[in-house]
Write a protein that binds this ligand. Structure first.
Ligand code: C5P
Length: 397
């Protein structure tokens, strides 16, 4: 179940072309089980219709501060008190300026002034407007007042400019909102996560690697960040964006991953090793491309260092968590790894079957520690990551 289930969310829409993304965002919110009331400014209605938003939110849209009918049903103060969170997306430069000055000249600005629910704004504007000193100063003040500012992203803008000012995409906004409601069980904790495969080069165009997608590790990093941890994510090559609130360090080989981990681990309280580190690397790496020949090719592989075992053997190690992906004898192999690597816990999962392990969105795992074993039912990796992070944070305390 989503953490947004049952949460009462006001979605404020202001005038900007990014308003079209709000239809999808409102839909994602209702699908997550949130109760959504949409409030639109007049300018917003030039870009997207109230009818559309009513259809996706299942409630009439609020747009008038002086609507007697609305006041009789759910007036602006009631609406402000009703909300568990107010999200303004897109937030135009004008709306942000009005927010800073505490203006209350329409329903949405009045609501923002009248609510004590967390306020989230997702700015969207032309890149020149975004970099203008007035907008910069307003943004600094918003952050100082405890408003959560999400984005903007950089890229090609509707006006043809390229630069910062694009509204975040609905899934990213949803993550920001979920994070607001997630208990901060790891506040004040530094967490180091490794994720993805490593690539061991043979020559400048070839390498040895594995099928790890990084999904489990990225989900762990996202869940730790949502729980309030400062998260460093040391990642092998994957096709995923760094989760909101994490610092990503990109590496290719096991040796690079080891160096990055040793650099970062000292101040960490929790080390989560989800990376599928290649067990071997080539003894020799050619400087130029190996040419094809008719005879067999002999290549020598040498073992890579075990990063997790090295962390666990540090003088003051953090709490260490391993992930064991196996095709057979899963639990027995994981129990052996828990002992030989001298780590605190290991998460065992079977790979090589559909809907589980590498590249799948779901996983079935058993958590093994010295104290016992806990089997988790099949679930999404994102959900599993949240459950595991809850478990680890209890153990840390
Ligand atoms: O590959 P193996 O099954 O031993 O992986 C178990 C755990 O050890 C995983 O958490 C993995 O990230 C970690 N590991 C490592 N360095 C290696 C091999 C594995 O940190 N060279």
């Amino acid at each position: 179940m989503s953490i947004l289930s049952g949460k009462k969310i006001i979605l404020g829409i202001t005038g900007g072309i990014a308003a079209y993304k709000c239809v999808e965002f409102a839909r994602a919110l209702t699908q997550a089980g949130a109760k959504v009331r949409v409030v639109m400014t007049d300018a917003a209605k030039a870009f997207v219709t109230p009818m559309t938003l009513q259809a996706v939110s299942h409630y009439p849209v609020h747009d008038d501060l002086f609507d007697p009918e609305a006041e009789a049903a759910m007036g602006h103060i009631q609406l402000a008190r009703w909300a568990d969170a107010v999200v303004v997306a897109p937030a135009s430069a004008d709306f942000i300026a009005r927010l800073i000055h505490g203006r209350s000249n329409d329903l949405l600005s009045t609501l923002c002034l009248a609510t004590n629910a967390p306020l989230v704004v997702a700015p969207a504007m032309n890149q020149q407007m975004w970099t203008n000193a007035a907008t910069r100063a307003n943004l600094t003040q918003l952050a100082q007042r405890g408003v959560t500012v999400c984005g903007p992203a950089s890229g090609i803008q509707a006006c043809g400019d390229v630069g910062p000012g694009r509204m975040l995409e609905p899934p990213e906004l949803l993550t920001h909102l979920e994070n607001i409601f997630t208990p901060k069980l790891l506040a004040g904790t530094r967490v180091l996560v490794t994720a993805g495969p490593t690539r061991e080069p043979f020559d400048p165009v070839r390498y040895l690697s594995n099928y790890s997608s990084g999904k489990m590790g990225y989900a762990m990093a996202a869940a730790a960040a949502a729980a309030g941890a400062e998260v460093v994510l040391v990642s092998g090559p994957v096709a995923l964006e760094a989760p909101v609130g994490t610092r990503q360090v990109k590496v290719e080989t096991a040796l690079e991953m080891l160096a990055a981990v040793m650099q970062e681990v000292k101040s960490c309280q929790l080390f989560i090793s989800t990376a599928a580190v290649a067990d071997y690397r080539f003894e020799e790496v050619a400087d130029s491309k190996h040419k094809k020949a008719q005879d067999n090719l002999q290549l020598n592989l040498m073992p890579n260092p075990d990063i997790l075992a090295q962390v666990a053997s540090l003088p003051n190690p953090p709490m260490t968590i391993g992930f064991a992906a196996e095709t057979d004898n899963v639990l027995a192999a994981a129990r052996t790894k828990l002992k030989t690597k001298k780590i605190d816990m290991i998460v065992a999962n079977q790979v090589g079957i559909p809907d589980q392990g590498f590249d799948s969105d779901t996983n079935i795992v058993t958590l093994i520690s010295q104290e016992g074993e806990q089997a988790f039912p099949p679930m999404l990796k994102t959900q599993l990551a949240r459950e595991l992070i809850n478990y680890f944070s209890e153990r840390l305390r």
